[in-house]
Design a protein around this ligand. Structure first.
Ligand code: PLP
Length: 405
């Protein structure tokens, strides 16, 4: 037993169930444990590490800015924030942005924006605004956000929950249309559900949601904290259907795998509802985060990481589909955002992840039955081949054990 593992177990709240590996270093697609064993990281911190660990350009941007100016709060202007937000708006087609740190804070920002827009622009009666979210959603862990989760484990004994939310079936645009009332301010949706198990809605779903929202004067807000910034093979997952949402939430990879950087972006009409005093964050938009975030976006565009994600993702999905194993129910994905659904009667996703870990491949199960594969977008064909070989052999081993018993 590692003492680092024991210490963490003793002193850190048990709000996660980590795989038993103690990591101490990372570079590119690889991480190393405290004994020097190397692992291919196919988790990349839930897509926060799309640029790879310790990306040299990002480390350079971080250290240069750290030596120059880190934190001053939004009580003052800085020479970094405007430039960063202009770039973010330019590449996403949005007008303005409100910088935050973690994903959940950016989702909270979107919720506040939608409600206030509902009262001040749409004319909804005070305290009647509704926001519609989806079955299987994941938007973070604050008290308000778990209030519209349909995962009872996320809510149990954390009540009273925040009212004002409705849940509609994910992937069903007709159900959305039927649920909208004059009090509906916004529809909050993940273009592909990540934590939900890499769930891809029917083709044309998002486009129809956009039409329905537009017709009913409801804001379409896309949570692209996980799907955004190249993960699914385009800059935004909304781009696959040519949809430009009224509000857009980014996080995770926006911090280049180095810092927590998030933001809510929107058209001006929505962002204008924020006036001094209505919202804020001590650290949101600090120059250190802005410098790293800007470099993260520059690398994404210059190195064509979204295109790379599409090419490598297509290759990986094709290779995975060649695996002939009864344990595999389905394989689904978009770009380097891939889930292998395991037949729960034949094996557990957790056991697969544990066996992959022993072979030097890190991944994590989601929802007990799905093995998530979301490596840094800089992964190569050879590295994918190696990963597919490990997965093939683990599934073979498990099938042999199963048949022998
Ligand atoms: C991870 C995630 C969040 C929450 O982000 P945190 O930084 O963990 O607060 C919200 N929405 C989606 C879609 C996510 O994947």
């Amino acid at each position: 037993m590692s003492s680092a593992l024991d210490l963490e177990n003793q002193y850190c709240a048990h709000n996660y169930h980590p795989l038993p590996v103690v990591l101490s270093r990372g570079e590119g697609v690889y991480v190393w444990d405290e004994n020097g064993k190397k692992y291919l990281d196919m988790m990349s911190a839930y897509s926060a590490v799309s640029h790879g660990h310790a990306n040299p350009r990002l480390v350079a941007a971080l250290t240069k800015q750290a030596e120059t100016l880190c934190i001053v709060s939004r009580a003052f202007y800085t020479d970094k924030l405007g430039e960063f937000l202009k770039l973010a708006c330019d590449i996403t087609g949005q007008d303005m942005a409100l910088p935050m740190n973690t994903g959940a804070e950016a989702v909270e920002t979107a919720v506040k924006a939608a409600r206030r827009w509902g009262y001040e622009s749409k004319g909804i009666e005070q305290n009647k605004a509704e926001i519609i979210a989806c079955t299987g959603n994941f938007h973070g862990r604050t008290t308000t956000i778990i209030s519209f989760s349909d995962e009872t484990e996320y809510q149990k004994n954390f009540g009273p929950l925040t009212p004002g939310f409705k849940i509609v079936e994910y992937g069903n645009a007709d159900a959305l249309e039927a649920m909208i009332t004059p009090n509906t301010a916004a529809f909050l949706v993940e273009p592909i559900q990540g934590e939900g198990g890499i769930i891809i809605p029917p083709k044309g779903y998002l486009k129809r949601c956009q039409e329905i929202c537009e017709k009913n004067n409801v804001l379409l807000i896309a949570d692209e904290i996980q799907t955004g910034l190249g993960r699914t093979g385009s800059l935004l997952a909304c781009d696959h259907e040519g949809v430009k949402p009224d509000g857009l939430i980014l996080g995770k990879a926006l911090g280049g795998g180095i810092l927590p950087v998030s933001m809510f972006l929107a058209k001006q009409e929505v962002m204008d509802i924020f006036v001094p005093g209505t919202h804020g964050s001590t650290f949101g938009g600090n120059p250190l985060a802005a410098a790293v975030g800007m470099e993260a976006l520059n690398i994404l565009v210059e190195d064509k990481l979204p295109e790379r994600s599409m090419e490598m993702g297509n290759y990986m999905i094709g290779e995975l589909r060649k695996i002939n194993s009864p344990l595999i129910d389905t394989i689904r994905g978009s770009g380097l955002f891939v889930g292998i659904e395991i037949d729960p009667g034949l094996g557990s996703a957790r056991e697969i992840c544990e066996r992959l870990m022993e072979r030097g491949l890190l991944s994590k199960e989601t929802h007990e039955t799905v093995v998530r594969l979301a490596p840094p977008l800089v992964i190569t064909l050879e590295q994918i081949d190696w990963a597919v070989k490990q997965i093939t052999e683990v599934l073979q081993d498990m099938d042999e054990v199963r048949l022998a018993s």
